[in-house]
Ligand binder design. Structure first.
Ligand code: IVH
Length: 669
């Protein structure tokens, strides 16, 4: 009789403790608002543990003591999903996101639709099965139809309630993402490093490994978390919207992600994605996009799925800045100046919002330093607009089949000699007639900032060279409709338009012609400066290295290169042929209110940068000089003018302050 009482009491106390512990657990792990100390919590756990040991018949799967310490398994059982676990269609662009609605409209017409936006958590999908409010089985997604029974591992996740709140439906299958926080990831990797164990590549891999551990004590150490995002099977309850589903999950004591939002349309979804593209960086867990779901569950059912993806949802992926892929081979391209540029040809991968197929490797020193081999797995990064680059190779993934890179002894294009001047990092093909260099020169010559020959892109440049219609850029000006029509598949329209476009390029101003020549280090700015200073091609070709070096922004190195370029008879000949073709070989200031006037700027202007002021002067037909001489017409003095102001005063040159200068520019209108 006494024993009976004691068992009944023990049972009551145990169930009281369980409720209390789970309540504190919920407050701590889900609400993030504990009301007792860790020591008090531990005391409750110890008391419950002792009770259960004294009365093993009281043990229940929903006891908090069952979260840790279950015995290791030999293997996982299979779990068939009653409703398949689908995956999502991905969108990488605004267009692709908006396609979602176009497809929906095709099926349901113009009925109103609204959406829910959620973060796409970067972990792994799991399913949690509850019967009469008790967690009975947890499974991985597997192939979507059959997963693995990882119940005892998922029990270790504190955000997985072992018993649901009083509103629990008879049966409910909750689906969501098991993930590892960034903090736990960092701490676990730190410890692994100290213990000399291999590191996890990212929180997702770490989480996936933890869920598939046969020994649940290891899973427990990995401190996984869980966000629910859907309900699979549900019995004894009807839900009308996804938003309502999330609300129910919250009341059932799940840690629903707090950043989900109801969105009236896809425009709002697009704005939501923009907000999170930045804000996600401050979160303590990785997200790789957002998920947009049709809110109305009837509409979801009506839309159904196609090839295992729902028609009612889409994942818009944030442009990842880094991704891993494989190097198929290391190819060599030959640059305009003969540089052998190693390029990693990659298995296509999405990075930074685009598909990347190749990445520059710069030179062999960098290849050696990063130890990139053909066949290697590598991390590629694309930050902002820059060309993708290889961050590092992943030697851990080598199979032994990888081939280290060797610089070819001869040019892969023309077979010419390859040299690497001492002190330089780049190997070059020294054959100036190398076909690759020629191609690059033609491409540059016709490009937008240079002669801007419309309709003559890379394809045409190559074709003209291949067909032998041109041997250098001057030959472009001798192309005729008749010759073009002799080529296969060339239409009358093209044969007419191309020579016309080439003809139109004859009127490009001298600085563009100079830039189009493609002298190394002579970019658009430098070409402009040189043209302005020397005024004519003849004067420029005659200029000494010293004279060249005096031009602002032209240092001794560039001066030497320009000089050497014009000393080369082949280059002089090319210039003459271009001159004969009618290209401009002298600087002509644009006509405008400042035509013929030379300006010097000194001091700083408050409303314009130096560059903007220069552009404005040139735009109105004037020219800009760096030094004050009698040839200068006006000196514009801003704040804190230098010695140029003194000199101008001495020479009696007209002076202007910023206000007068702005008024003058305004008068051009
Ligand atoms: S909904 C039928 N919502 O993304 C729709 N999935 O390829 C089922 N994921 O396997 C998924 N966050 O692992 C949904 N808020 C979220 C999600 C999410 C992450 C994962 C999930 C799924 C994959 C889709």
């Amino acid at each position: 009789m006494a024993a009976m009482t004691s068992i009944a009491q023990a049972r009551r106390r145990a169930s009281e403790l369980r409720r209390e512990i789970e309540e504190h657990n919920y407050r701590y792990y889900v609400l993030d608002a504990p009301i007792i100390s860790d020591a008090e919590f531990d005391r409750l756990m110890v008391e419950l543990g002792e009770l259960e040991r004294a009365h093993p018949e009281l043990l229940a799967p929903d006891s908090p003591t069952q979260r840790v310490g279950a015995a290791p398994l030999d293997r996982f059982e299979r779990v068939e999903h009653r409703i398949p676990m689908l995956s999502l269609e991905n969108a990488f662009t605004r267009e692709e996101l908006f396609d979602l609605e176009r497809r929906i409209r095709d099926r349901i017409g113009d009925r109103p639709i609204s959406y829910v936006g959620e973060l796409k958590i970067d972990g792994l999908a799991v399913s949690l099965w509850y019967e009469r409010g008790v967690f009975v089985r947890g499974a991985t997604r597997g192939d979507g139809f059959v997963g693995e029974d990882v119940t005892q591992n998922l029990r270790t996740i504190r955000q997985v309630p072992l018993r649901l709140g009083p509103e629990a439906p008879d049966v409910i299958e909750v689906r969501g993402e098991a993930y590892m926080s960034r903090r736990a990831f960092a701490e676990i990797n730190q410890r692994r490093m100290e213990e000399g164990e291999p590191l996890f590549a990212n929180p997702r891999n770490a989480a996936a490994g933890a869920v598939r551990q046969l020994d649940p004590t290891i899973t427990a150490e990995r401190r996984l978390k869980f966000f629910p995002y859907a309900v699979g099977v549900i019995a004894g309850r009807t839900l009308r919207t996804h938003w309502e589903t999330l609300d129910l999950l919250k009341r059932l004591r799940f840690a629903v992600n707090p950043h989900s939002e109801r969105l009236p349309d896809l425009e709002a979804a697009w704005a939501f994605s923009h907000t999170w593209e930045t804000r996600r960086k401050a979160l303590d867990y990785d997200t790789d996009g957002i998920v947009i779901k049709v809110d109305d569950l009837d509409v979801q059912r009506e839309l159904g799925e196609v090839s295992r993806r729902p028609r009612w949802a889409i994942a818009y992926k944030f442009p990842a800045e880094e991704a891993t892929t494989r190097v198929r081979e290391i190819a060599i391209t030959v640059g305009r100046y003969g540089a052998l540029n190693p390029v990693a040809m990659l298995e296509p991968v999405h990075v930074g919002g685009v598909t990347v197929r190749k990445a520059t490797l710069h030179n062999e020193d960098i290849i050696a330093k990063k130890d990139v081999r053909e066949g290697d797995w590598v991390v590629v990064r694309r930050a902002g607009e820059v060309i993708p680059e290889i961050v590092k190779s992943i030697p851990e993934r080598r199979t032994g089949e990888e081939r280290p890179f060797v610089v070819p002894a001869s040019c892969p294009v023309c077979g010419g000699k390859v040299v690497k001047p001492p002190g330089e990092v780049i190997s070059r093909c020294v054959n100036a007639a190398c076909r690759a260099q020629l191609e690059q020169r033609v491409k540059h010559f016709v490009s937008k900032g240079a002669m801007d020959i419309r309709g003559l892109g890379e394809q045409w440049a190559l074709r003209l060279l291949d067909e032998g219609l041109i041997k250098d850029v001057a030959d472009l000006y001798h192309l005729t409709k008749g010759r073009l029509l002799k080529l296969e598949r060339v239409k009358d329209k093209t044969a007419t338009n191309l020579p016309a476009a080439i003809d139109a390029s004859r009127s490009r101003p001298f600085p563009r012609v100079l830039y189009a020549l493609g002298i190394q280090h002579v970019g658009e700015k430098t070409a402009e400066k040189l043209a302005e200073t020397f005024r004519t091609m003849d004067a420029l070709m005659a200029a000494s290295e010293e004279e060249l070096a005096q031009v602002r922004d032209v240092g001794p190195v560039v001066a030497g290169i320009v000089r050497a370029f014009f000393e080369e008879p082949k280059n002089r000949k090319l210039v003459e042929r271009l001159r004969a073709a009618g290209l401009r070989m002298a600087y002509e200031a644009k006509a405008g209110p400042l035509t013929g006037k030379t300006f010097v700027l000194t001091g700083s202007l408050t409303s314009l940068t130096r560059g903007q002021a220069q552009d404005a002067i040139r735009g109105a037909g004037g020219s800009v000089s760096d030094t004050v001489s009698r040839k200068v017409d006006v000196v514009v003095a801003g704040e804190k003018p230098g010695s140029k102001l003194e000199k101008a005063k001495n020479l009696g040159i007209a002076l202007m302050d910023e206000a007068e200068f702005l008024a003058l520019l305004a008068s051009r209108a």
